[in-house]
Design a binder for this molecule. Structure first.
Ligand code: GUN
Length: 290
């Protein structure tokens, strides 16, 4: 039996359509246009692609997109001054500062200078604390997208055994908190975890977020389990010289023979991240306007 493929691209279109419809209603009935400000410092090519995609998607759902591209040698004071200006701008409902920042800038300080209500990444320490204590917060986009797909597939997640592989602040830890909030029994596994294969093989849900290409193979997956692959890794193409290929943290070909459902890479979690960013911006706008 091969797994059901969870189509993140199609799911993301549904989320974006819902957001676009809500934005249209807000405009028509309340004359409010949600606005997202994205700050990019430097010229990292991958970050530039992400920021361009965010800009296009924001416009597509009818929101205002404010792009701020700053030179790589921008001082911390200048960056904080821009964030302060965005914090106080009523037409800006969401602020995202693209990471990683150049080395001379203190990421924690910069993230925590965004007011929590506009922190659409959910990275501010207040939002981290609110999520950790099960309170209303802004939720990081990638784990939120994973949760939506899991809820859609399973209905209730209550009582399921979930293993999150990876303990990053951006994905692993918030993912674990979200699953716990939905009454899963959650294990966070990482590079020092003993018997990691056995832990995964006994799980109903495996979320892979380690950043190691195709690390999790079919023999790590229990029969019928749901596998969510957050990894986006570029590796040399196996047959075409000079070409590269995108793969996840899961070895898709072997895992799909064991899993009940699985997200592909590309076309799984990736498209959901931007859709959730738009959903978070809409949420921030609605909360700001009562
Ligand atoms: N860089 C890579 N992923 C992300 C993300 O989700 N948010 C921000 N701000 N930067 C990133």
């Amino acid at each position: 039996m091969t797994a059901k493929i969870i189509d993140g691209k199609e799911f993301a279109v549904r989320v974006r359509t819902k957001v676009a419809n809500h934005v249209a209603r807000l405009k028509e009935e309340n004359h409010i246009v949600p606005g997202l400000a994205v700050v990019l410092v430097g010229e990292d090519p991958a970050s530039e692609v992400y920021v361009r995609n965010k800009h296009i998607s924001t416009i597509e759902v009818g929101m205002n997109s404010f792009e701020h591209k700053l030179p790589v040698d921008t001082s911390e004071a200048d960056l904080l001054a821009l964030i302060d200006q965005l914090n106080n701008d009523p037409s800006v409902h969401g602020i995202l500062c693209q990471l990683p920042l150049p080395n001379h800038l203190n990421e924690e300080l910069v993230i925590n200078s965004i007011i929590p209500s506009k922190d659409v990444d959910g990275f501010h320490i207040s939002n981290v604390g609110l999520l950790g204590t099960g309170q209303k917060s802004m939720v990081p986009c990638t784990p939120l997208g994973c949760l939506m797909m899991l809820r859609d597939h399973h209905g209730s997640l209550s009582g399921l055994n979930a293993v999150v592989v990876g303990r990053s602040n951006i994905v692993g830890k918030p993912m674990a908190n979200l699953l716990l909030r939905d009454s899963c029994t959650v294990t966070i596994a990482h590079s020092r975890t003993k018997n990691i294969e056995e832990l995964c093989a006994n799980a109903d849900i495996v979320v892979a977020a380690v950043g190691r290409p195709e690390m999790i193979t079919g023999d790590w997956i229990g029969k019928g389990a749901t596998v969510i692959d957050v990894g986006i890794n570029r590796i040399p193409h196996p047959t075409i010289e000079g070409k590269s290929k995108l793969v996840g943290d899961v070895d898709f070909e072997t895992a799909k023979e064991k899993a009940g459902a699985i997200t592909p890479v590309p076309g799984g979690v990736g498209p959901m991240t931007i859709a959730c960013l738009l959903a978070n911006t809409l949420t921030a706008c609605c909360r700001a306007n009562g």
